[in-house]
Write a protein that binds this ligand. Structure first.
Ligand SMILES: [Zn+2]
Length: 440
């Protein structure tokens, strides 16, 4: 789902578009500065790491954070700091008394599951629509016939990697949009709210807000710039549990095991085999359908552990998914009197929809800002979580906005400069709109 730009008549009475590929004149004026930043940021290796004992999970993420600190200071922002856990915080002072403080948030890290070292971005100016064969790995082809969003971007300036790494538009397109927006706003006389900026670490390993100090951040609400296709605004995430099912059997030497050994691995395999397949699985569901998903096993004959995640947009249904696992374990392990099990259920994040519904103006103003940038807003739901879901749960309502990047976490990740510029323009309009509202 992608938004189209409004009909050109929207601009007929005002300034005509010099370059019709852009959503509007503001996006166009921001584009080249944004591209320069984006290309610089993606070249810095910021992969986060799974199973790391440190925070952030990889030291190199902070290299970009330090660059951003210097850059935000040079732009003239206040209170620019690299906080102790590794977040960049900064303030763009507002010009309207009584206006709220608006948070703008993006993450510096890139995903650990695709190579991310030595990103060599390629700019394909005014892409003519032919398949793009990436030179570093010619098996990596961006073919518009199987990438509908790409097919709609003929004529755009596209950015890809060379095919040997991800691009890192997730989320450096978000970082570049925010920096570009504040660099514009410091020289803009229009009324505006105070903006608090945060660049987080470790989002891709699910720890983006573990040490986020809401009080020190001091925003009344926020927006993450961590979405994808142009115009998208996301207010609904999954609610999420991680389950750990541990089955205890009885370990006995196989030579003398008859009638005594109870194999925990076989019981665990029975549980996995009994899980639903045609439904309640990520590979067979979409949209608002939830699932339970086994993703890891460890164990021996005497004790075996199965990790699963359970996901749903509806909290009550999420509990039912957990019950499916509990029921199967009770039934299967229960057949064997000498075996036992424990099921640990850990909450990971909650759907932010309920909380955001209580503050409809936060989403309404975002829609208006997207429209002012020249784009029709599109509501999409996330089959996953965002930093915003956790922040919302902690008390900082934070919907997610588009950045213009596509095909994340892959060697074929790409971004349209025109769409990224629309995201930067949206940030500018957001901060202005919150200022205007407080004046009237
Ligand atoms: Zn992201």
């Amino acid at each position: 789902m992608t938004a189209s730009r409004p009909p050109s008549s929207c601009f007929a009475d005002s300034r005509p578009l010099a370059d019709a590929r852009y959503a509007g004149p503001l996006a166009e004026s921001l584009a080249e500065g944004l591209l320069e930043r984006f290309l610089r940021y993606v070249a810095v290796d910021t992969q986060s790491a799974l199973d790391s004992p440190t925070y952030p999970s990889s030291e190199m993420q902070l290299e970009l954070s330090r660059i951003l600190v210097d850059e935000l200071r040079a732009i003239g922002l206040d209170d620019v700091e690299l906080t102790e856990p590794g977040y960049v915080f900064a303030t763009l002072p507002g010009t309207v008394d009584g206006a709220p403080t608006v948070g703008l948030i993006a993450h510096v890290d890139t995903a650990p599951d695709t190579p991310g070292t030595g990103v060599r971005p390629i700019v394909h100016r005014a892409w003519a629509g032919e398949p793009i064969r990436l030179p570093g790995d010619p098996t990596q082809v961006l073919d518009p016939s199987d990438l509908p969003a790409l097919d709609e971007r003929v004529g755009h300036d596209l950015v890809t990697s060379d095919g040997t790494t991800l691009l890192g538009a997730d989320d450096k397109a978000g970082v570049a949009a925010i920096v570009t927006a504040v660099a514009h706003l410091v020289h803009d006389d229009a009324p505006r709210a105070t903006a608090r900026i945060a660049f987080t670490v470790d989002e891709e390993v699910g720890k983006g807000t573990d040490h986020f100090d809401l009080e020190a951040f001091g925003a009344d609400f926020a927006y993450t710039l961590d979405g994808s296709g142009i115009g998208e605004i996301e207010t609904e995430t999954f609610s999420a549990y991680q389950l750990k099912l541990t089955i205890k059997g009885v370990g006995v030497h196989p030579g003398t095991a008859k009638g005594r050994l109870v194999n925990a691995l076989k019981l665990l395999a029975d549980v996995v085999a009994a899980l639903p397949r045609d439904a309640l699985s990520p590979e067979t569901t979409e949209g608002r359908e939830g699932y339970v998903h086994p993703f890891r096993v460890t164990g021996t004959t005497s004790e075996a552990t199965l990790w699963l995640i359970a996901r749903d947009h509806d909290d009550a249904r999420l509990e039912e998914h957990v019950d499916v696992v509990r029921r199967l374990a009770t039934e299967i392990v229960g057949r064997e009197p000498k075996a036992s099990f424990t099921l640990d259920v850990e909450e990971q994040y909650r759907n932010m929809r309920g909380e955001l519904d209580r503050h409809p103006e936060i989403v309404e103003v975002a829609e208006e800002a997207i429209r002012r940038a020249g784009v029709e807003p599109v509501h999409t739901i996330i089959r996953g979580g965002t930093d915003g879901a956790r922040l919302t749960e902690k008390g900082l309502p934070t919907p997610n906005l588009f950045t213009g990047g596509q095909h994340y976490h892959s060697l074929r990740e790409w971004a349209s400069l025109q769409d990224m510029a629309a995201a930067a323009a949206t940030c500018v309009e957001l901060v202005k709109l919150w200022g205007e509202r407080s004046r009237s």
